[in-house]
Design a protein around this ligand. Structure first.
Ligand SMILES: [Zn+2]
Length: 138
């Protein structure tokens, strides 16, 4: 999570969210910050970019056995993408009551109608992750 916090502020005009993906052996496969403003891409969230980079690195869309660590509770798009990518474990920092899809507004990753449900660890370094967001919006 400290590594995810470190990559959260890659682009100064973007909301500071950082994501990393660890392979089954714990090696870092990808890291990304939110780049929506930087790239003008509505899907340029840190999690999406990290998932794309990790898949490109291993040459396979299935990220089974991998762990996604992100500083903020994923939105519906990112929660959907990590289910599609078959990410095994999701670790996130701060809760996002306005858009969160891992328990706040929706619970996409634990929806039994979907064919994959990752293990979830919420609130890791929550205070630090929340402070990063609060400072940005102040
Ligand atoms: Zn998202």
């Amino acid at each position: 999570m400290r590594r995810a916090l470190a990559v959260a502020s890659t682009s100064p005009e973007d909301v500071p969210v950082g994501a990393i993906i660890l392979g089954p052996d714990g090696t870092e496969l990808a890291a990304a910050g939110n780049e929506r403003e930087l790239s003008g891409d509505p899907t340029g969230h840190a999690e999406i970019l990290a998932i794309r980079r990790a898949a490109a690195r291993i040459g396979e869309w299935r990220l089974a056995g991998c762990t996604l660590v992100v500083t903020l509770e994923p939105c519906t798009m990112c929660a959907g993408a990590l289910v599609l990518a078959r990410i095994s474990t999701l670790v996130f920092g701060a809760w996002e009551p306005k858009t969160g899809a891992v328990g706040s507004l929706w619970d996409v990753v634990r929806d039994t109608r979907l064919n994959h449900r990752p293990d979830v660890y919420a609130g890791v370094l929550e205070a630090e992750c929340a402070t990063l967001m609060r400072d940005f919006f102040r």
